[in-house]
Design a protein. Structure first.
Length: 341
């Protein structure tokens, strides 16, 4: 049995990094390892505020060394991938320079327009890198960093949500309901989701809050749009209820490192309308059948006459290639490369 430390800007939240890190923690425990979590914000065994995104105080090396004491390997979730706390990144580089470490990259800096000239993550003989898509793996390889792709994993038999109860809590009766299951930030393209909901004469339900200073822009979009909207999860309602209540899931993002709601729509057997962000091409290549965001006519026709065979087809692909139950066996070979059996 080995002890594994998982380090991130934040853990325990609804963001994709937190969600996938939690799945890795479960997989590590299923493999028989002890896990300690370390984060700058959120819910973790050890919380070090200097590790948070855009922290206002520096991260102390001795605090990190104490938190990682006894760890046989350290898994770093996105801290060196995006330059959101350069001081924390450099502290980790120094502390881990002679230790086994696995860097899990959910995004890479140059994939964002504000960081096009960012350098590649550092690499050492005792380190390994994992990406969540092939595009990122190839981009790292072009910069001299070898990586392994492990796609995000999903519960292919999620809890059945409460459709009617949830719709009543939203004041929705026979109207079409389109769910936007993510935070509201610029790249999530709320405007595109509003346009589709308007074309379908549907109510748009925004599950997440505005972040990264997007609040005023979001309020402006909603005020100017004639589309009826709902905001947030009512008390006692969870994400499974939200998918059950929805008639359509929309992922309008112009960029995602993966795009978890894409597969969540599949496992919850809901039709998906999606903007063709770059990594979607990889996901679609497995054979999934999704609607394009701008094809309101085809979407409307399907909503009038749903075809269960489409859901069966997509669910079978998810079960074969993206099942969270197979995550331990996918993770084990990479762990062996850093000396963890």
């Amino acid at each position: 049995m080995s002890q594994v430390a998982v380090v991130s800007y934040r853990l325990g939240g609804s963001d994709g990094v937190s969600i996938e890190a939690a799945k890795w923690v479960t997989a590590l425990e299923l493999l028989g390892h002890d896990v300690v979590t370390v984060a700058g914000d959120g819910v973790a065994d050890v919380v070090l505020p200097g590790l948070a995104m855009r922290a206002t105080s520096p991260l102390a090396s001795h605090d990190v060394e104490q938190a990682l004491q006894g760890a046989d390997v350290v898994i770093v979730e996105n801290v060196v991938s995006l330059p959101l706390n350069l001081s924390a990144r450099d502290v980790l580089y120094e502390i881990l320079k002679d230790r086994p470490a696995l860097f899990h990259h959910h995004d890479l800096a140059w994939q964002r327009p504000e960081w096009l000239d960012a350098p590649a993550p550092r690499d050492r003989a005792t380190w390994r890198h994992v990406t969540i898509n092939e595009r990122s793996r190839e981009e790292l390889a072009a910069r001299g960093v070898a990586a392994t792709t492990i796609y995000n994993a999903f519960d292919c038999h999620p809890p059945r949500g409460r459709r009617e109860v949830t719709r009543r809590s939203l004041g929705i009766e026979d109207e079409r309901l389109v769910v936007f299951p993510s935070r509201a930030i610029p790249r999530k393209n709320v405007a595109g989701a509003l346009a589709l909901a308007g074309a379908l004469d549907a109510v748009l339900w925004l599950l997440g809050d505005a972040e990264d200073g997007y609040g005023a822009t979001l309020e402006g979009l909603l005020d100017e749009s004639p589309v009826r909207t709902r905001r947030g999860l009512p008390p006692g309602v969870d994400v499974h209820d939200a998918y059950a209540a929805a008639d359509l899931v929309v992922v309008a993002s112009t960029w995602e490192g993966f795009g978890n709601p894409v597969l969540e729509s599949v496992t919850h057997r809901r039709p998906l309308a999606v903007y063709p962000y770059p990594v979607l091409r990889e996901i679609r290549a497995f054979g999934f059948d999704f609607f394009d965001l701008d094809d309101a006519t085809a979407i409307g026709n399907f909503l009038d006459e749903p075809d269960e065979k489409r859901f069966d087809h997509n669910a079978a692909i998810a079960l074969e290639h993206f099942n969270v139950a197979s995550l331990p066996e996918r993770l084990a070979p990479v762990l062996r490369e850093v000396g963890v059996e």
